[in-house]
Design a protein around this ligand. Structure first.
Ligand SMILES: [Zn+2]
Length: 432
């Protein structure tokens, strides 16, 4: 249950009379302007699993405050101010007939008006480049609020709060090229200019955001470099779509894990009958329990230069991890022209079953077979997935049961095997 002491009307900074302009004058998210800003602050409770039975007082907000008022309400405000590059609410969406219920959206604007990618896609970890586009250059009118850790058991909202030196500001901003209603970006510790790379603290903030939103229809996604992230500045995406994603309905098979993980309440499974092989992490006695396991898995992939995507689902209770190789196949010329022609970049949303299509023809003709063909190209092979799973096992000290190991795999232990060297050697090409 959310507990917020004050539920004021959120007003924009810009409604205030600014007699003395502060910062660089552009009102940006850089060191010049953010520390002297008065952005709204949502301070989330640190203990997301604390019992809340006694905390329902007259001060309590409705549980929809964070999602419906703060995120979606403010997002609509930015839409009415014309800050988006196109109107995503006018984009047509349909459910593709079939067993899985893939969702197709026709979105021409994103294709035409997206910020271009400016870096190598063969390296999952790349240093931050201040010369390229990054979120410190964004105007504060694109920011909805700051999202930072607050007290232990209750969340609070402040219309404006000074940036403190102890709490580096995480900001939630609109994605000016949205792919759905309420499409926002969570930018952890924006002033630190972190490259696109998972770290335990930032991932925990993303889980907290999902938990505070408390809706199965508000998910967060993450794309690593090499898996269709387009900006090398740490960010998660999130949006609201009131439909189940196909991956959320896919069957799974439990992986046996070590006692230390099960003591922390974490369960790990593998997706079955889904075109992209992936792992599902869920549970945890606290959000941190779940967060730590996922973060160490991601850091393991990053360290081995394996691109991946994440979907944070079920209000932060479930996380899907997809190592992927589409960009690599693209570079090696192994993707069919038919798929390349659709110019779909299969990132977290597409992999989860929400296909954003750029051509009307593809939208009209989209079938389950097409979605399956595209996503199959994204997936690691069975052999490579086993290899990657072994790295993750090492990193998180999973322990697979014997039954789970396929007889064909011929692996008696979970020792990491050498990574396919072509990944480490790298390949080079640019998108756009
Ligand atoms: Zn500035």
């Amino acid at each position: 249950m959310l507990t917020i002491k004050r539920v004021p009307t959120v007003v924009s900074n810009y409604q205030e009379d600014v007699c003395e302009p502060l910062g660089c004058g552009r009102n940006c998210l850089g060191h010049c302007c953010l520390p002297v800003s008065k952005l709204p602050l949502y301070a989330f409770k640190r203990d997301a699993t604390s019992p809340n039975g006694s905390s329902s007082t007259a001060e309590d907000p409705s549980s929809g405050f964070f999602l419906h008022f703060l995120i979606l309400g403010e997002w609509e405000d930015r839409m009415s101010r014309g800050l988006f590059r196109y109107d995503v609410t006018a984009c047509e969406t349909r459910v593709i007939p079939g067993e899985y219920g893939f969702i197709a959206q026709f979105n021409e604007g994103r294709h035409l008006k997206k910020r271009p990618t400016e870096f190598r896609v063969d390296r999952v970890l790349q240093p931050f480049d201040h010369g390229k586009f990054n979120f410190t250059k964004v105007g504060q009118e694109e920011v909805l609020f700051r999202f930072e850790a607050g007290g232990d058991s209750r969340s609070q909202f402040f219309e404006s709060a000074p940036v403190s030196s102890t709490n580096p500001p995480n900001v939630v901003a609109i994605n000016v090229s949205p792919i759905e209603y309420g499409h926002v970006l969570l930018i952890p510790r924006v002033l630190e200019c972190l490259p696109q790379r998972i770290d335990p603290e930032s991932f925990l903030v993303a889980l907290h955001m999902a938990a505070e939103a408390a809706s199965p229809y508000f998910r967060l996604g993450y794309n690593s470099l090499g898996a269709f992230a387009t900006i090398n500045h740490l960010h998660f995406q999130a949006y609201y779509l009131a439909m189940p994603f196909p991956v959320e309905k896919a069957p799974t098979e439990r992986i046996t894990i070590t006692k230390s993980l099960s003591d922390r309440g974490v369960k790990i499974s593998q997706l079955l009958n889904y075109p992209v092989r992936g792992l599902v992490f869920e549970g945890g006695n606290t959000l941190r329990d779940l967060s730590d396991v996922v973060a160490s898995s991601c850091m393991c992939l990053q360290g081995n230069n394996i691109p991946f995507n994440l979907l944070i689902s079920d209000s932060g209770r479930r996380v899907f991890l997809f190592p992927q190789c589409y960009a690599e196949k693209q570079a090696l010329g192994e993707v069919s022209q038919e798929l390349l022609d659709t110019q779909v970049n299969p990132a977290a949303w597409e992999i989860s079953g929400h296909m954003v299509l750029k051509r009307n023809k593809d939208f009209e003709e989209a079938s389950e077979a097409y979605a399956w063909r595209l996503l199959s190209e994204v997936s690691l092979s069975k052999e490579r997935f086993q290899e990657v799973k072994a790295y993750i096992s090492d990193a998180t000290r999973l322990e697979e049961s014997k039954e789970e190991i396929d007889a064909n795999e011929n692996k008696g232990t979970l020792q990491a095997s050498p990574l396919a060297t072509h990944l480490q050697e790298g390949f080079l090409f640019f998108i756009e």
